[in-house]
Design a protein around this ligand. Structure first.
Ligand SMILES: Cc1ncc(COP(=O)(O)O)c(C=O)c1O
Length: 280
C-alpha cells in the first residue's frame, strides 16, 4: 500500500524465525543489484518466540534500516527479560481471537518510544486528524480499538501471565513426550516464548498427514501454519520468486503442523494427544 517492494529472507530451520545471515545476504544483494533501496526490516515473532533481535538490530544499524517488529504473535515473549513489542523502532501486535491475548473480534496495538511517530500514529488512527478529529492533515484510517473489545482485553490481560505459564508447562510436556517422533520449535537460550502456538516438524509430508489424520479421527484439531510460504503467495507473483528461492522455509511448509495450545489446556489433554500420536 505504501508502494514498497517486499524482499523475503529465509528462516532458521529450528526456530522458524528470520535468519539474520539471510537478512544480511538479501540486503547486500539488493544493494549490489541497485534497483531497490533497502528501507525497513519486519521480523516476525513466530508462534510467540521473539525474532533474533540482538543480531537483527546490529544489521539494521549497519545499513540504516528502520526496524519494525511484527509482534502479532509475539505478545508475552521476551529476550533476556526484555519483552516482545519493545524491539526495534516500532512494533505492532494483534488481538485477533487466535492470538495469545485475543479479543472477540479484531483489535491490535502499536508500541513505540519515538514521540514523533507516536503523535503521527494517533493521527493516522483517526482518519489523519489534526488538532481535533474534524481537522484532517494526512491520509489516515479508521483504526480505533472498539471499546467493547477493550473491555474484553482488560480482564484477559490480567490473566495473561498465568495463561502463559500454563502454555509453557504444556509445551514442555508435549516436547518431552514427543521426543524422537516430531521436532518442536526450538527456543533459543535466554529467549522466552509465550507459545501462542505449539508447532512441530514431522519427518516429512506423509508423516505429517498420517499424524493429522489420526488426531482428526480422535476429534483433536490441528492446523498447518503455514502451507504456502509468503514468497510463493499468488499476490507476490509479479515479484518473480520461484520454488527453491528460500529452501529452508519451503521445506518447513511441507512438514510443520500445530497442536492444540491455550492457557486452559490440561495435562490429561496433552497426554491424550501425545498417546494418540505415539499409537501410530
Ligand atoms: C505474524 C502476523 N502478522 C500480522 C498478522 C495480522 O494481524 P491482524 O489480523 O490483527 O491484522 C497476523 C495475524 O493474523 C500474524 O500472525
Amino acid at each position: 500500500m505504501t508502494g514498497a517492494t517486499p524482499v523475503f529472507c529465509d528462516i532458521n530451520p529450528h526456530t522458524f524465525n528470520l535468519d539474520p545471515d539471510s537478512l544480511k545476504e538479501q540486503v547486500e544483494r539488493v544493494l549490489r543489484e541497485g534497483t531497490l533501496t533497502p528501507k525497513a526490516v519486519i521480523p516476525v515473532d513466530l508462534f510467540g518466540e521473539p525474532a533474533e533481535f540482538p543480531r537483527i538490530e546490529e544489521i539494521c544499524r549497519e545499513y540504516h534500516l528502520l526496524l519494525m517488529e511484527d509482534a502479532a504473535q509475539g505478545f508475552g515473549g521476551a529476550i533476556q527479560g526484555k519483552r516482545a513489542c519493545c524491539f526495534g523502532d516500532v512494533s505492532a501486535t494483534s488481538f485477533f481471537p487466535a492470538k495469545v491475548l485475543g479479543c472477540y473480534g479484531d483489535g491490535g496495538a502499536i508500541f513505540t518510544d519515538d514521540e514523533e511517530m507516536y503523535q503521527k500514529l494517533l493521527s493516522i488512527r483517526v482518519h489523519g486528524k489534526g488538532s481535533d478529529k474534524y481537522e484532517n492533515i494526512r491520509l489516515g484510517l479508521n483504526a480505533r480499538l472498539d471499546t467493547v473489545q477493550a473491555a474484553i482485553l482488560l480482564p484477559k490481560l490480567r490473566a495473561l501471565d498465568e495463561e502463559i505459564t500454563v502454555r509453557n508447562r504444556m509445551a514442555a510436556r508435549y516436547s518431552e513426550q514427543l521426543e524422537g517422533i516430531v521436532e518442536p520449535q526450538a527456543v533459543l537460550d535466554g529467549y522466552f516464548s509465550s507459545f501462542g502456538y505449539y508447532t512441530v516438524q514431522a519427518r516429512d509430508g506423509a508423516h505429517r498427514d498420517a499424524i493429522m489424520k489420526e488426531l482428526k479421527e480422535q476429534g483433536i484439531p490441528t492446523m498447518i501454519y503455514y502451507p504456502i510460504p509468503l514468497h510463493l503467495q499468488k499476490v507476490y507473483e509479479p515479484l518473480g520468486y520461484q520454488k527453491g528461492d528460500l529452501p529452508v522455509c519451503e521445506a518447513l511448509c511441507e512438514r510443520v503442523f500445530s497442536l492444540p495450545m491455550h492457557g486452559y489446556l490440561t495435562q490429561e489433554q496433552v497426554d491424550f494427544i501425545c498417546d494418540t500420536i505415539k499409537s501410530l
